[in-house]
Design a binder for this molecule. Structure first.
Ligand code: FES
Ligand SMILES: [Fe+2]
Length: 404
């Protein structure tokens, strides 16, 4: 049986509202100011304080599927590269040669055993060690006195994988990723089975992913995802089969907030149901939950599929959304379920496309000096308030730490 947590607003006030507990105290809480969404300087400060101190999503494990795979990404202005090493471990490096600062990897692909700089052809192994320095002592002489390759490994970034996502911790001193994710994973292990997160099968096929670019700060996508208040007006079709009053608020301290529904329909459409997670709580097959895992990972869990959206902040006012679908069993990505995967992909594409105009509209609104962060309504904005509290407490704490 699923145990409700003290943070579960459904648990505390199921009788009061389908959504959960109203909290009038949040109405006048501090909210993020416009500059948190519009200022380039604030964006960099946020990266080096709030985001650096925690775990952020960088890419998918499937981006670096095989030993030798490399995948470059600009992360909030930082050139990084994900690498799968020879032992099968994910690694992340600053994507810059130790010699003259050339970008090392320009395109995703297979580097083989060596990542070679395009400029003077220095070669790094997949663990980032500098191994070869052609002509460093003159033509045909590959060593020189006073230069030791062992002193010039690539600068690495702490990383770990969970739910098919490569996470990074730029500061290097956050708690280990499994401990960080524990409040969220323990909630969903009770719902979906104790090993659901180990069993996810990424769909590498035609309907396995999607990508969108939003002209907005990534935090507005987080905020829009974690509330269901906009359902009737922004997603009128979705609201016919998963209406607002079937949703409830969720807060998972300290790292996530969102919403759930009690009426997810496994049999919707005429293409037949997908395989379900074998240990999903049978009493709650119609439960589905959608959580914004701060700062930049959006998650959706249903009895027959799972998805992750990475919000990659490419500029203070531009965000790339990368979505990956996962299924409960390898059969789920086979030919017999192709039609069902296609219809799921189409349904979610419609929903996420409908969100674009409101997220971009909120970004445009933040050019107005007449807007001061707005307000949080006592019931519907509980998840959004939770995100702002998370952000503000870390921004203040880490800015203070950086200054002192
Ligand atoms: S800049 Fe990379 S080898 Fe010179
Ligand atoms: Fe939406």
């Amino acid at each position: 049986m699923f145990a409700m947590t003290p943070n579960d607003t459904l648990a505390s006030t199921a009788a009061a509202s389908p959504h959960g507990a109203a909290n009038p105290e949040i109405s006048h809480s501090a909210a993020l100011p416009n500059r948190a969404y519009t200022s380039y300087d604030e964006w960099l400060k946020e990266r080096d304080t709030v985001i650096a101190q925690t775990w952020a999503g960088l890419g998918f494990s499937s981006d670096i599927a095989e030993p030798g795979s490399v995948f470059p990404i600009m992360f909030m202005g930082l050139p990084l590269v994900m690498v799968r090493d020879q032992q099968g471990r994910a690694r992340v490096f600053h994507n810059v040669c130790r010699h003259r600062g050339m970008q090392l990897v320009a395109e995703a692909g297979d580097a083989g055993l060596v990542i070679r700089c395009p400029y003077h052809k220095w070669g790094y192994d997949l663990s980032g060690q500098l191994k070869t320095t052609p002509n460093i002592g003159g033509m045909g002489v590959h060593e020189v006195a006073g230069f030791d390759c062992a002193d010039h490994a690539l600068n690495s970034v702490r990383c770990d994988e969970s739910m098919g996502v490569v996470f990074i911790n730029l500061s290097g001193d956050a708690p280990a990723l499994p401990a960080h994710l524990e409040p969220l994973l323990s909630r969903w292990r009770e719902l979906a089975g104790p090993e659901f997160d180990q069993q996810l099968i990424a769909d590498a096929g035609e309907f396995g992913s999607m990508e969108l670019v939003l002209n907005s700060n990534y935090k507005l996508a987080v905020e829009n995802y974690c509330e269901s208040y906009h359902l009737p007006f922004v997603h009128p079709d979705l609201n016919t089969y998963s209406p607002l009053d079937a949703h409830y608020n969720l807060t998972v301290d300290p790292l996530a907030s969102g919403q759930g529904t009690r009426v997810y329909d496994l049999n919707r459409g005429d293409s037949g149901p997908l395989p379900q997670f074998s240990e999903w709580d049978r009493e709650r097959l119609k439960t589905a939950e959608y959580l914004s895992l701060y700062p930049n990972v959006l998650l959706g869990i249903q009895a027959d599929h799972f998805f992750v959206i990475l919000l990659l902040s490419e500029a203070v006012d531009q965000t790339r959304e990368r979505l990956q679908f996962y299924y409960a069993e390898s059969d789920g990505v086979g030919d017999s379920y192709r039609e069902r995967r296609e219809s799921l992909h189409a349904a979610w594409s419609t929903v996420f496309a409908e969100d674009i105009s409101v997220v971009e509209g909120m970004q445009r609104g933040r050019a107005s000096p007449a807007f001061d962060g707005g307000l949080f309504t006592p019931l519907m904005d509980v998840p959004t308030h939770h995100f702002h509290q998370w952000f503000l407490s870390r921004f203040e704490r880490n800015t203070t730490r950086a200054v002192s």
